[in-house]
Design a protein. Structure first.
Ligand SMILES: Nc1ncnc2c1ncn2[C@@H]1O[C@H](COP(=O)(O)O)[C@@H](O)[C@H]1O
Ligand SMILES: Nc1ncnc2c1ncn2[C@@H]1O[C@H](COP(=O)(O)O)[C@@H](O)[C@H]1O
Ligand SMILES: Nc1ncnc2c1ncn2[C@@H]1O[C@H](COP(=O)(O)O)[C@@H](O)[C@H]1O
Ligand code: NA
Ligand code: NA
Ligand code: NA
Lengths: 100, 329, 329, 329, 100, 100
């Protein structure tokens, strides 16, 4: 089946940031996103997510340009004060027009 | 009944013991884990139930009886963060943002401490005003707003720190935050549907309330234990603050309640509210409005130190103050 | 008690108000979110509890009393989708699949509307037959099956559309679907264990029922608000249908119930059932059997319009019809 | 009341019927799924509630009354796994690890079987000692430890198999395992807060208990059905063991209880405990300490065969034995 | 440690489709699968998953041939009427015989 | 935005193993991890996770050396007796110093 290369950005962040991240990711040009509940540990440790509960893992499949915009945005807005990581992967999608 | 006996009765209530069991679970590394969703559901259940009952009472309360206690509550909500902020800044030498963040938590209120105080009153057959939950709602927001305004006034408006969110967003966040929203919603529903409406849902929202609180405190014990661990790296001054400040606030709350015309039970509960520190609305708002503040401080103090202190020693203490004051008159 | 007073009492019940609070939560963008698992658990709890109570009653009901109301129910289940389908196709000019999908929902029944009607009856001390939950179970499936048969008959059997699943799979889906399964399971258990068995689980399944329903309606309010938003893009005719059709179906249900020998209370509840639209069994079956139908239509109408209408205005209306009819005789 | 009537009453209780409904749900492939979190919450609720009630009773029990039943319980806990292990090894020709793993489960106890026995007693108005939950706690661990020591003694200490975890880790795991932790926690809290404390949380932990158990058994039925499916590949000897061993253990338990001075009701419940096989503490400990043992055996037997057997036939049987023995004296 | 290249297919779909997707993926030749609960948003929006709740994310590690068969199957059976996306990634597995 | 290549290890295992796996993964040198709840099916089938509930999916972003150490460790300690799979992917991370 014909597939097209695309990029998947994964952002793992304290759950409190969910609504904000969705808004920001869409502003950068993402057409969709998928979120799963997660928990974990890293180098920052303490966060304020008692009542919000754990982390979220936000994944969004986007073009190269949007991927870059999202990483920039996360780095600028969230890296300093929040427990957040972000990374990029190559994927091959069907129906590429859904993601562009 | 003397003070020691009250203390004993409080410490041996199923709720306090459940909290201790939660602490122990973490300390012995038990693999006991309550699902996160239970925490969410119980929080909402407790807040909504408090609201419902309070609303039912409000529907039969005249504003003439109510306005003075309400005013006393608002005074507490505004003055506690002002004082706390200065102490933290000058004596504690904290940064502006950390001082404001902690002040916000102590200026606001803990619904569970409130609830534990109510349970204590009920178990000791202490009468009190039914409209206290409305005061709980009134005390939740002002302290947070005052502390944020303090921070805003002191921070360089051009620094990157203040860019994070406008005060408008904070207001919205506070009033639509789930904790106040559910509590207010419960109050309005209780008020509109009145005592007859409440009667219909009593076997769900009233009768099992204390048992649900017991389960919730088991979970809170587990959370508090891990918060305490984070916090212990922090040290002396803040720990002292987290115990002394509640005692002061609580006593002032009792006195103000007394002069606002509340009964001994009512002044006691207002004192417990004033002495408590927020850990639902507070952290949610602060994390957004002052993300640069260290959560280990404000969560460690409110949840790891002040809450256990109030639950065990604070509540009987505030009651002792209230009944001493009541006896004097 | 006049109609307006009944309306007021209904609108100010904690259940209806909790639903409104859920709507408000979405409108003001509160961050209140109830865990999805709570929704699942409460659904199952409510259906099982309804079943248990109904089964206990069935165990002391003779078939002689029961067969006429059952027949009336089945007639409603078969005729409502037939009529609705024609209206949607001819007046509404919808596609075959969308007309059938919507007809299926109005031919089936909403367990929560049923429950709200029961609560209303109980709060107004209206007596009614205990076997109504058995009628609820009987009304769930026929409407969906009839609507699917209509679609099947009209669709080109060679088109790719009809390939999605055989009628056999649909039958299985309907009878093993969780909603009917739990309701029927509760009925059978209630029937087998009888009133003595029921007595043992009363403090869990009977006493707190209305409170649990209140919490569930809070969550349903939040769901309905977002469904309504989807739906509002759709417009005039379907909105009118979602209000007028229930009124017609409900009134016919009341009349049929009356002639089947049901009490005023029983006819009222049968009317509420007939007037309601499914949003559990319906969507699950339709999404599978007619995936090409637009969910914004059937969910928006049943959950976003008809359910709130029935909960607020429909229930007192059906009762007014039933008592007018009862008084005439 | 004769034995058959007791059997009928037991089989038609809502709890047993809910279990059957769970089995049916899996067999007909219903899409009914209860959230995993509900399972966790109900387990903890049931264990904690059992503990609370037992602790309240213990607070008014003198050790003089209690030590003989406690000794009988410990004897059961040590001897059952010894006997079971030999049978499985010699008659069943199982491997050392599988024999030990299964023996551990039969030496330990099922809290739900215990609870079902209590409910049976309550429904038939059978009096019994209030401290039974303390015996439940005492029976949980010894059987598992004995079985693990047997395996350890027989396995080549140099083999890679025994490397997995030291006995120290196993002890810790057992005592901090959630099931025993919550049960013991409840016992201590009930004991410390006494009957007055218990009274406060009764509408949550006592009154709705049987209803919650009913819901839990619905979920257990679904789990048991899938376990049974795994197990059915296994065959004759182990199936026979999973039915005959409980009968033997249960009867011995009744007799020991009788000679330890327990009432008819108390001996009956001790018998039900002895006859039951663990499926919470057991699997958790064995999976860690003997990972090479086949879970299809021990889970299939304890959950797929022995639990349903006890729930349906075992409980009335043990009661028949206990009352026959009681009558003889 | 020796690893072998393989393919991971991810399917994100409305939860209602869970049982159906598992069956179909196995029919295409997958030896195993892993599912997590998710929620998200894309270009289709409305779906019927009220009572089923949100989305599922199904991941399965397979050989190239099976990967292709699965993408074909999803495209043919689900893309038209359901809220579904699917994409492909390269992974490196240990014990490759488990997946073939 | 500047990204650096790194490795993501995914381990899917019966939930009972959560605490153990976290410990072991950290011992191998991982600086952080993220866990989501999952369920699934493979070639082993039966496991003892009734009360523990389902599987967990542990993901950790690490350097090549740590990735190798983790795969070795999982293969040696868990593959024989437990329902576990593990695989490796390439990702591109921001702030690589968080993961090394
Ligand atoms: N190396 C890592 N691998 C996978 N997840 C990580 C890693 N580091 C951090 N995380 C996740 O990102 C969240 C925030 O990380 P941190 O800001 O380092 O505390 C953690 O709670 C983890 O869920
Ligand atoms: N670009 C995307 N990135 C990540 N997930 C997506 C994307 N688009 C859609 N999804 C997921 O796939 C589901 C169905 O998408 P759709 O059919 O576009 O509504 C959504 O609910 C999302 O969970
Ligand atoms: N081919 C596969 N693709 C995705 N996940 C798998 C695969 N095989 C196994 N799994 C996951 O790994 C767990 C254990 O696998 P197993 O040991 O094969 O039973 C399963 O429950 C699945 O969650
Ligand atoms: Na305060
Ligand atoms: Na209808
Ligand atoms: Na036993």
């Amino acid at each position: 089946m014909k597939t097209t290369p695309a990029f998947r950005i994964t952002i793992i962040a304290e759950a409190l940031l969910e609504d904000r991240l969705i808004r920001d990711v869409k502003t950068c040009g993402a057409k969709g996103y998928t979120i799963t509940q997660a928990h974990g540990d890293g180098t920052r440790g303490v966060r304020a997510s008692l009542w919000e509960g754990g982390n979220i893992k936000l994944e969004t499949i986007v073009s190269e340009g949007v991927a870059d915009a999202i990483l920039e945005m996360v780095a600028n807005k969230y890296f300093q004060h929040f427990a957040v990581i972000a990374y990029l992967e190559n994927v091959a999608v069907v129906r590429v027009e859904k993601y562009l | 009944m003397d003070a020691l006996e009250l203390l004993r009765l409080n410490l041996l209530s199923p709720m306090v013991l459940a909290f201790v069991l939660g602490l122990v679970a973490v300390w012995v590394k038990s693999d006991l884990k309550l699902p996160e969703q239970l925490y969410t559901v119980l929080s909402i259940y407790l807040l909504f139930a408090i609201g419902l009952k309070g609303g039912g009472e409000l529907s039969v309360t005249s504003f003439a009886v109510f306005w003075k206690p309400l005013l006393a509550t608002l005074i507490l909500g505004v003055s506690i963060p002002l004082v706390a902020y200065q102490i933290l800044l000058r004596l504690g030498r904290l940064s502006i943002v950390d001082a404001a963040a902690i002040a916000a938590h102590y200026g606001s209120v803990s619904a569970v401490t409130f609830t534990a105080a109510l349970s204590f009153a009920q178990a000791q057959n202490i009468e009190l005003e039914g409209f206290m939950p409305a005061l709980l709602a009134a005390l939740e927001v002002p302290g947070i707003v005052v502390a944020l305004l303090l921070a805003r006034a002191s921070l360089n408006p051009n620094s990157s720190q203040s860019a994070h969110s406008g005060m408008g967003e904070v207001w919205r966040e506070l009033f639509t935050g789930r904790s106040l929203f559910v509590l207010l919603g419960g109050l309005v529903i209780g008020w509109l549907s009145g005592k007859a409406g409440l009667e219909q849902v009593k076997p769900f929202f009233v009768d099992p309330f204390k048992g649900a609180l017991t389960l919730f405190l088991l979970e809170m014990g587990m959370v508090a234990a891990s918060r305490l661990r984070d916090f212990l790296k922090v040290g002396g001054f803040l720990t002292a603050f987290a115990i002394v400040m509640p005692i002061i606030n609580g006593s002032v709350g009792v006195v103000l309640g007394h002069f606002a015309g509340l009964s001994v039970g009512g002044s006691f509960v207002l004192g417990a509210m004033a002495g408590s520190a927020s850990y639902i609305a507070g952290p949610a708002a602060i994390r957004v409005a002052l993300p640069q503040a260290n959560p280990a401080y404000y969560l460690g103090m409110s949840l790891g130190v002040t809450f256990p202190f109030n639950l065990s020693l604070g509540i009987p203490l505030y009651y002792a103050v209230a009944s001493a004051l009541g006896a004097r008159v």
